[in-house]
Design a protein around this ligand. Structure first.
Ligand code: HH2
Length: 263
């Protein structure tokens, strides 16, 4: 799944694709690089992000979804808003990527796939004091509960996502990545988005010549390592900015290593 943020303020590609033509061109570039899905988002959910008004989010995403879907691209819509989800599906999106895990009934009503992501708190405050007794069990149990409800409501395809970086410390993220097998064992297809996230900056250390954690555009190795790890754990899809590199990593893991493991 390739990330396409039609926003001025997303943490890694904010502002680059705010113009609809540039966004559509980037969507096609992601597909050319090997993306099966293009995930269109019009509201940044990075830590500290301010909410975006509904009409503004609609203005950002609908033309882009429409153009990509009309060209045969499989489009998911990354939103927390029912009205945006409905408009995007009317424009051709077929997967609701829902970081609030609250739009299951909307997906059922529309008859489209739904990805339920775990988050603790809202983007504005979620990184202040994330707290869990057992992060893996709590994330898994909440996702399974939401997924079961969605299946019962008639959602045709339900994905679960641990929500790396959404109300989680670096230690929480690493615990979730270390125990992805527990999410895979639920039987729901698992989606993971670790690409360029802040904990990778902390793990990778400073960028050349800079103070503080590695910059967002200097987190490729960590993004690929975690995407590859996730695929090796049986995760069905990774949400990434660097599609070509992730695709190459996936072909090594899924094609060659998995084939040898099964032989
Ligand atoms: N992460 C982000 C946004 N949407 N959706 C899913 N399912 N899983 C994720 O981990 C996830 C997501 C945040 O990343 P990004 O879109 O690159 O940045 P921003 O929220 O600043 O637009």
């Amino acid at each position: 799944m390739g990330v396409l943020n039609v926003t001025p303020d997303s943490f890694s590609d904010g502002g680059r694709f705010a113009d609809p033509d540039a966004a559509v061109a980037q969507g096609h570039a992601l597909v050319a690089d090997g993306a099966d899905w293009v995930d269109v988002g019009g509201e940044s959910t990075r830590p500290g992000a301010e909410p975006v008004a509904e009409d503004e989010e609609l203005r950002r995403v609908v033309p882009v979804v429409e153009a990509l879907a009309a060209a045969g691209v499989r489009v998911s819509i990354d939103t927390r808003k029912e009205a945006v989800a409905r408009a995007a599906v009317a424009a051709g999106a077929t997967l609701l990527n829902d970081v609030s895990a609250s739009l299951g009934d909307v997906a059922a009503d529309l008859g489209v796939a739904w990805a339920a992501m775990h988050a603790q708190g809202d983007p504005a405050t979620m990184q202040l004091h994330p707290t869990y007794e057992d992060v893996v069990a709590e994330v898994r149990d909440l996702l399974v509960q939401r997924a079961e409800r969605a299946v019962a409501a008639g959602v045709p395809e339900v994905w679960i996502d641990p929500g790396i970086g959404f109300g989680k410390t670096a230690a929480h993220n690493l615990a979730l990545l270390a125990h992805l097998d527990e999410l895979v064992a639920t039987g729901y297809p698992v989606l993971v988005g670790s690409s360029r996230k802040a904990f990778l900056g902390q793990l990778l250390g400073t960028s050349d010549g800079a103070d503080g954690p590695a910059a967002t555009d200097d987190r490729l190795e960590g993004s690929l390592a975690t995407a590859t790890w996730a695929m090796a754990c049986g995760v069905a899809m990774v949400r990434v900015h660097d599609v070509r590199a992730a695709r190459h990593a996936a072909s090594v893991v899924a094609g060659e290593i998995t084939r040898n493991a099964a032989a």
